[in-house]
Design a protein. Structure first.
Length: 127
């Protein structure tokens, strides 16, 4: 019976050690891949829609027509505020999209431009 308990103890130690090693490896990989995440995020604004591209392993491109935008908000947590940055969040009926890491001036300008285009698009549909 004592051998069985010792064997179980070794198995648990190996499982916990393996789990901690996996968490550490994933943490280190995440630190190195942050640069790639920002490098592969793009957004574009044309006359009719916003276009978001994201992902470095699995890329996705999302088109958001201005007529589908419900509201826009800016967010600035303590870390962004310290770095003089902001995040613009665009809400639609189905989901929300964000553009992070903008300077305060750029974020405000983008918010105003999207609001203006969204209002113009909504007004042209109502006619």
């Amino acid at each position: 019976m004592l051998k069985t308990i010792d064997q179980l103890s070794l198995i648990w130690q190996a499982l916990i050690g393996g789990y901690l090693a996996l968490v550490f490896i994933l943490f280190i990989l995440d630190l190195f891949l942050v640069n790639y995440g920002y490098h592969y995020f793009r957004f574009e604004m044309n006359e009719d829609e916003l276009i978001f591209q994201k992902g470095y392993f699995f890329r996705s491109i999302t088109y958001v027509p201005f007529s589908r935008i419900q509201h826009i908000e800016t967010e600035q947590g303590p870390f962004l505020r310290q770095a003089q940055l902001m995040k613009v969040i665009i809400h639609t009926a189905a989901t929300s999209h964000s553009i992070a890491g903008l300077s305060i001036e750029d974020g405000t300008n983008i918010q105003k431009e999207i609001s203006m285009k969204s209002e113009m698009d909504t007004n042209s549909e109502n006619r």
